[in-house]
Structure formats: C-alpha cells, structure tokens
Ligand binder design. Structure first.
Ligand SMILES: NC(=O)c1ccc[n+]([C@@H]2O[C@H](COP(=O)([O-])OP(=O)(O)OC[C@H]3O[C@@H](n4cnc5c(N)ncnc54)[C@H](O)[C@@H]3O)[C@@H](O)[C@H]2O)c1
Length: 272
C-alpha cells in the first residue's frame, strides 16, 4: 500500500470510529483527580471536550475541581477510596449512568513513601500496593467490560520512571510501578485486537503535593530539591501540565497504533 493510500485508509478508519457529537460524549474516568497530575489531567481532558468523572479522597479539593470542570463539559467529582471493594465497579457505572459510555480510564491515584527493604513495614507495603497496583487492576477489569461492549476504549496507567529503573530508597513504590507497566502490556496483549489500547505514562519527578511532601520531610529540604532536579539531564522538576499533555496525547485517537508501551516524560532521567 502506498503512503498516501495508507493515510486515506487510516482517516476512513478514524471516521468509522468517531463518536456522534450530538448523542455521544467522550467519557473519561480519572482517579486521583483532586490534586497534582490527576487534577491537571482532568482539566486538560475537559479542555479537549471530554466529559470527566474526577475521583479523589478530599471532598473540598474535589468540589474545587468540579467547579472547574462543570462550566466546560459538565464533569463531576466523586469522593471515593479506590481500594474499597465495589468502588471500581461503582465508578464505571457512574460514568455509564451519566453518559452511557466509558472511553478512557486514567489510573492515576497513587501514593509514595521512602523505606529501604530491610526496614519495610509490611502493612504500609500492602496499602501502597492496594492503591498503586491492585486498584488499577480492579478498575481496568471493570472498565474493560464496558469498553469491550463498545468495541473501543483506552486505559492509561500513570506509572513512573521508578517503574523502569530502581530509584534508590523506595523499593515498594518501584515494585508497584513496574507492576503497573506490566498491567499496561498485558491489557494490550490480550485486548488490542478488540479495539482496546493501554499506555503507561511514566512521569519523572514532578512538582506536586506528593513530591513537595517528600521534599519537606527530607533533613535538608532545599538540598533534597536541588538533588532531585540535578540528577536528570533537564536539571529541573517536571510540571503537572507537561504530564497531563502527555496523557491527553496518549488518549487521542490520532495515536490509535500506540499500544502497550510507555510514554516516558522524565526530563531524560532514564536515558543516562
Ligand atoms: N509527582 C511525581 O513526581 C510523580 C512521578 C512519577 C509518577 N507519579 C505518579 O503520578 C500519580 C499522581 O501523583 P501526584 O504527584 O499528582 O500525587 P498527589 O499526591 O498530588 O495526588 C494523588 C491523588 O491520588 C488520590 N488518592 C490517593 N489515594 C487514593 C485512594 N485510595 N483512592 C482514591 N484516590 C486516592 C489523592 O486523593 C490525590 O487526588 C501517582 O500515581 C504517582 O505515583 C508522580
């Protein structure tokens, strides 16, 4: 097939898959959307015309996000703990009740702590794994049931540079993010032929409440922040808007062939 012919073919395929703007609203479920990367992602998606269900733990911050989403595309905030039994199914159902569909799941909610393996508290480990890995599996499972019915859908897992290289001092977090990357690959391997895409977006250290908390808890916060910035080629921390833009890109139908892989947005950390 010539290049021109393949472009025609691709655009015809896109037209087949396009939603009817009168009757169908592109619908996204974003976890951890009350803060940091998730908040920026919910807003960026809504700027791009998506109807967004924003999920998080903090009611006040959630209400503030909903106040930004509502005038755009009418998105909504739901306060929920994604580790609780039944919550993943309820969140997917909430999308379905609101718009009749679910096109995008962004598994973004995550937690982090520093502790070397020989000092690891196993209760903390279990909780981190429940938030960072078990909940995304349960959410993907629930979302897939709707997406497979639709014959299309995208699942974006917000992993980390720490899922690709072993960042010192945080084995629990590293393990959870490596698992998330394999969740993405497994979804693509099993469901790509049925119209499902999965992508891991791997941020490098990005200025959010999660990182500000880690900086504040260091013995010398200013030195810790300098160290975080200087150990990457870009010599700075990431900005939430940069990660959100990568997620919006990965969610776009224009990159329908992007599947199972990682989009690494880390200022070059993992290439040196
Ligand atoms: N900030 C970084 O440098 C960085 C780097 C790599 C990856 N990440 C990943 O990006 C994601 C977002 O991180 P952030 O820095 O924006 O964090 P953040 O602390 O600013 O936000 C975390 C969000 O997750 C939500 N959350 C936490 N536990 C939850 C639970 N049990 N149920 C529902 N919601 C829950 C919080 O309410 C909040 O909305 C995380 O998965 C994190 O691991 C962050």
């Amino acid at each position: 097939m010539s290049i021109e012919a393949s472009f025609v073919w691709a655009s015809e395929a896109d037209m087949d898959r396009a939603l009817d703007p009168q009757t169908e609203r592109r619908t996204a479920l974003v976890t951890g959307a009350t803060s940091g990367i998730g908040r920026a992602t919910a807003i960026a998606l809504s700027d791009g015309g998506w109807w967004v269900l924003a999920v998080g733990l903090d009611a006040d911050r959630g209400a503030a996000v909903e106040a930004v989403l509502r005038p755009r595309t009418g998105g909504r905030f739901v306060q929920a703990d994604v580790t609780e039994a039944g919550v993943p199914e309820q969140l997917v159902e909430a999308c379905r009740q609101e718009t009749g569909r679910l096109d995008l799941l962004v598994n973004n909610a995550g937690i982090h702590f520093l502790a070397p393996l020989d000092e690891l508290d196993m209760t903390r480990f279990d909780h981190l794994m429940a938030v960072n890995l078990r909940a995304p599996v349960a959410l993907a499972r629930a979302a897939l049931r709707v997406m497979l019915e639709q014959g299309r859908g995208t699942i974006i897992n917000v992993a980390s540079e720490a899922g690709l290289v072993a960042v010192p001092g945080q084995p629990a977090y590293n393990i959870s993010k490596a698992g998330l990357i394999m969740l993405t690959r497994s979804i693509a391997a099993d469901y790509a032929a049925r119209g499902i895409r999965a992508v891991s977006v791997c941020p490098g250290t990005t200025r959010t409440p999660l990182v500000e908390q880690a900086i504040a808890s260091a013995p010398d916060p200013a030195a810790h922040e300098r160290m975080l910035a200087e150990r990457r080629p870009a010599r700075r921390l990431g900005r939430v808007e940069e990660i959100a833009a990568a997620i919006v890109f990965a969610a776009s139908d224009a990159v329908d062939y992007l599947n199972g892989t990682e989009l690494v947005v880390d200022g070059g950390y993992t290439v040196v």
